[in-house]
Design a protein around this ligand. Sequence first.
Ligand SMILES: [Fe+2]
Ligand SMILES: [Fe+2]
Length: 251
Amino acid sequence: MANTDTRIDEIVDGIYRISTWQEPYGITFNQFLIADERPALIHTGMHHLYDAVNGAIAQVLDPAKLSCILLLHWEGDENGGMDRFMRTAPQSELIGSLLSIQLNASGFGFTERVRGFRDGEVLDLGRHKLRFLETPHVHHWDSMMVIDETTHSLFPSDLFIQPADQPPVVTEDLSRPMLDLYRAAGIFAHEFPIRHVVDRLEQSELSWIHPMHGGSFRREEFSRYARALRENEFAYHGMLLGREIAKAAPM
Ligand SMILES: [Fe+2]
Ligand SMILES: [Fe+2]
């Protein structure tokens, strides 16, 4: 356990969940540390979480040894701390989908120590191997996910979100609260890209799912969330972070 409200727990074989509860949002913000020959951090957290996340990493390994800093789409909680971690770990590379790196990293002035990946490419960390899935419009058009082929762990970013301060591993069925949160937050423009990815994931060999908000869960729980996403509407319908947005007048 770490200081303040940030905790770190090993979930499976060198994969650690670093989690900070953020009351105003009603969710946890999780980063994942993979301790390996080339240590990787998946999501940095927001800029202001740097000290807390860095302190949690330091309980496992020297943060200056981080080799890969992964962002799964360009957004404050995904990569808001990237400049600070890249300074802390001078050998590290910023890694994202080809689109994130080509468009966003370069557009924001990050042109060195950056690497974009295409669907199907693999990043070798040592014992763990990360395979990239480009998942456009699962929240953002530059979105991607990664699967660690060693532990069969999926890092789906904002997919399979669960509200409240969840423990490191959840077994409870939280698929209803997930749908309610998606409807209130309005993070998906349409169901189609999500269902397409869910179909793809269902055909992948997965043992663990590590969402960015909520707890990690095992394969057995996956089908409940997949079914909920297939059978219900949850895309944007006039609400953004719980706030109603003016709708266009009916024609
Ligand atoms: Fe996001
Ligand atoms: Fe997120």
